[in-house]
Design a protein around this ligand. Structure first.
Ligand code: TMP
Length: 239
């Protein structure tokens, strides 16, 4: 359980999906949109988000020749997550920020569980240990056919160790994410992501708008002088 005397005031939104699904671009666009509405955001990612956790990320994604056991992968991402939750996510939520996190616990279930074959209920328990049960209010799952995502990814950037896994592996990741969405329909929203980034961003904004009302009322008093009258209206409506 969380150590706060009262529940965190902020909002925790995670973005998930397979390789090349566009979630990092959408995290950036959503951050810009929320800030334009006067909200305070913290944009972060997993594995990573703190200096130590970023080092773990490099180890995890390094393309060295040594084979990496599925359990080793799981312990690495979980260690990075524990550090990230205590150092970044919990404090940001306690301050009332909207935390946008590019990947979180569902990635461990999809990659190390459904795709690598580790026991999913065991990983769920380990996730609870790593997060102290900090759970996203909303998870945006960007869904794309595997071949399309991999082609995007491989043409855009240097590939990492996991990008280079087989098509079958990435199909299991996708099926795993979709199964998680079926199991948690209130939290995980599936967003078909073949469309242009502008179209996908509009879908994201439509999904996110209603949950902004969950923010603690005090959090809407952090207006910046640069706030537009539209942003003030939105804040007023949220009170
Ligand atoms: P990305 O965030 O740039 O897509 O890359 C992160 C990679 O790490 C991606 O291939 C998925 C993988 N990963 C896991 O295997 N398990 C996890 O729990 C997380 C957060 C990421």
């Amino acid at each position: 359980m969380m150590k706060h005397n009262r529940p965190p005031r902020g909002l925790f939104i995670t973005l998930e999906g397979g390789e090349g699904c566009g979630k990092s671009t959408q995290a950036r666009l959503l951050g810009e949109y929320l800030r334009s509405q006067g909200h305070v955001t913290v944009e972060t990612r997993e594995p990573g988000g703190t200096p130590l956790a970023e080092k773990v990320r490099s180890v995890l994604l390094d393309r060295a020749d040594e084979p990496v056991a599925p359990e080793t992968e799981a312990f690495l991402v979980l260690a990075a997550r524990r550090q990230h939750v205590t150092q970044v996510i919990e404090p940001a939520l306690a301050r009332g920020a909207i935390v946008l996190c590019d990947r979180f616990s569902d990635s461990t279930l999809a990659y190390q569980g459904y795709a690598r074959g580790l026991n999913v209920p065991l990983l769920e328990r380990l996730n609870r240990l790593a997060t102290h049960a900090v759970t996203p209010h909303l998870t945006l799952l960007f869904d794309l056919p595997v071949a399309t995502g991999l082609a995007r990814r491989r043409s855009a950037s240097e590939t990492n160790r996991l990008d280079r896994e087989s098509l079958r592996f990435h199909q299991k990741v996708r099926a795993g994410f979709l199964d998680l969405a079926k199991r948690h329909p209130a939290r995980i929203k599936v967003i078909p992501s073949r469309a242009s980034k502008e179209t996908v961003a509009r879908t994201v904004a439509r999904i996110v708008a209603p949950i902004l009302t969950r923010l603690h009322p005090a959090d809407h008093q952090t207006a910046t002088p640069r706030m537009t009258s539209r942003a003030r209206q939105v804040r007023h409506a949220l009170r």
